[in-house]
Structures are given as structure tokens and as C-alpha cells.
Design a protein around this ligand. Sequence first.
Ligand code: LLP
Length: 422
Amino acid sequence: MDHFDWRGGALHAEDVDLAEIAAAVGTPFYCYSTATLERHVRVFDEALAGMPHLVCYAMKANSNLAVLRVVIRAGAGCDVVSGGELRRALAAGCPAEKIVFSGVGKTAEEIALALDAGIRQFNVESEPELVEIDRIAREKGLRAPVALRVNPDVDAKTHAKISTGKAEDKFGIPISRARAIYAAAGRMAGIAVVGIDVHIGSQITTLEPYEAAFLKVRELALALRQDGHDIRRLDLGGGLGIPYRRANEAPPLPFDYGEVVRRTVGDLGCEIEVEPGRLIVGNAGVLVSRVIYRKSGEGRDFLILDAAMNDLIRPAMYDAWHDVVPLRQPAPGAAVAPVDLVGPVCESGDTFARQRELPHLEAGDLVAFRSAGAYGAVMSSEYNSRPLIPEVLVSGSRFDVVRPRPTYDEMLARERIPDWLA
Ligand code: LLP
């Protein structure tokens, strides 16, 4: 459930008419709903009720400081994957003891930063990374709290580009070698083993892969305890999918996911950590865009929008579907016809949707791409020298611009022409 609804024929974010925001900030823009973000954190919390747990929001999905602040105030910690994200999490007010640091290639500088900040846990992805964390921690006279990310070789049955838990994926330590590497970790003076980490992929829409992965983690936890390790935390990663096609998708709910956690590892006495990203913020955001032109092609019509692949790359990159709705509610029973939704960027990949059934729209009309809160703004670029688009946060009847649209001068001012070209 989210807080984007029709009211009096106009699409609202909570109590604010999106067309009003469009008039104030121009298009295109991203808009996020505070109540939806809060609700999603709460739902995850409730799903894990009865087990000691911490929801660490995977901020790669949307790292705007205001979004982070909402999620942190709702009680979540953060899952970070870079020194930049760590700095953002701290800047947004996340207590260091609620920050877990994931990511395949942490640099010495990032490791030092995280140790100095006193983060909760490193999720370590390889033996060389473990050695490096140990070295830096010893230099500082510290012990780094560590979970090893194991690769359970489970097929998450999701898009190939976002599957992470198969043996051929670059992530984690093969589960078959985990005991040996834990033994090495146990001998390192700069390392304190605190748990096990696993993450099998993103936009996962069935529970079976989770069940399979968590059972493997369970087995490993028992074995590691026998080996004398203090396995007190299980980080189960993120990845729970959201309904992108509202009309015909119903992925499992956090509650169902929580039941799988309870059934597979709930009796181990471990603190459960989860790293949802998309589920927290995906359906808490929309991308609003204006039709620049309607053009008739050979056998098909195109709506050319002022948003493009540089603003929302998911359709081009993953063939992702985003529901599109006009901001002005169509009359009941209004005719729909197929139309291609495209941006102005100079490549055919800049296509949001082909032959989408929509009511008739003309130049000047506004549309919203639903489910655009996750992996939208964070993956945007200035391709074609299109400045980044603004982000707006709504709370009840208030809204504020939480990342302004840069001016063209600001965009150009970041670059330099060397003296020898003067
Ligand atoms: N934890 C780890 C270690 C991850 O790598 C990820 C996502 C998450 C948690 C959060 O997964 P989520 O709950 O959001 O599914 N750009 C792609 C998604 C990439 C996901 C990368 N890792 C997309 O737009 O679909």
C-alpha cells in the first residue's frame, strides 16, 4: 500500500496534488511520500516481531538525505556500500551502531573511515578483504566486527543483472569454503566474528529461494558454533520484490517473508538483520513527467516525454516495467489505446514503454511513473547534458524540494578547461 491516490480527479501524494508540485518545481521531478516510507519500515519491523532484529535500509535504493532521515527516524539502520553512503548515513543522523557495511570491494580508505566511525558490522565478501580489514583494525588497535557474506549458490529467479547468490556471481564466499575462512578469521587479532551474512538478489518474487538460502545459513551457523565461533547475528540481506504491475502482480508480503525467517532460523537465538531497499522506497516514489509532443509514426503513436533514460534508467537497463498513470484521472470507461512512451535522448534505448494501453494524452499532459522511488534518482545521470531532476518530499499537506534542480551554469561550473587549452 502507498499514499498516491486519486482525489477529486487529481493524483495526489498524500494530501498534495502532484500537479501543484509540477507547477512549483517544473517537470520532470521525483516525488516521495513520507507516510509510505514510514509504513514500509513499520511493516518490515512487524514482520520480524518476536525475534530480536534490526532493519538496515539498503540506501543504495535511494540515498537522498531527507529520505534517509525519514527512514532512520522510523527506527531503521542503514546498509551502506561505499564511503560515500557511509558519510550520507551519518550525515542523515544514523547512529554508527546501526550501520552495516556491505559491498564487494571496500578500499583501505573506506575501511578506515568505517572503523573510525565505529560501525556495527562489516559484511566481508572475500578472504583478501578480510585480511585487509584485519590489518587496518590492528593498526588502529581495534577489532572489527565482521560477518562473512556467504554465497549459498541459490537461484533467486530474478533478472540476471540483479541476481547475486549463484556460484557464478561475483558476490560472497562460496559456502563450501566458509568454515575454513571463518577459522582464519577467528585467528585474526583485528577481527571479531559476530555473524553470517547472505544476500541472494533483488526483486525476488517467490519465497522458495529465501527458504533454501536461509536453511543453508542455518546449517552453517550450527557448524560454526561447533567450531567455537560466536554466531550471534544473521544478516539475511534484502531483495524482497514489489508489485511493479499493480494490475497483475502480487509478490509475497514482508509478513510472509518474516514467517520464512522464523521457520528457518528463528530458533537459533540470533539477532536478525535485514537489508531491504526497494521494498522500503520503491512504491514510496513516483517520477512525474510532461508530454512534450504526441507524434504519429508508422502504425504507432509516440508520446515524447520530458523525462528520459538518464532520469530513470530501469526500463532501458533491465527491461523493467513501471506503471504509468495520467495525473488527471480519466473519465470512467474512457477509451484506451496503445502508445509508445519515449524520452528525448538520442538512442532507441530511451524508451520507457512500448504499446502501453493509455487514455488519450496530448502535449502538455502530465503523467506519473509509479514505483520509481527505488533505483530511480540514484541511478540517474546527466547524459545528453540534461541536468539532474529535482526530488520532492511530501508529508501530509506539506512538500519541500529535497534536492533542487541544478542550473545549467552549476552543471557547467563543475568542469575545467586546462590552461594549455586557454
Ligand atoms: N543488500 C545488498 C548486499 C544488496 O546488494 C542489495 C541490492 C540490497 C541489500 C537491497 O536489495 P533490494 O531490497 O533493494 O532488492 N538497480 C537494480 C537493483 C540492484 C540491487 C543491488 N543490490 C534495479 O533497479 O532493479
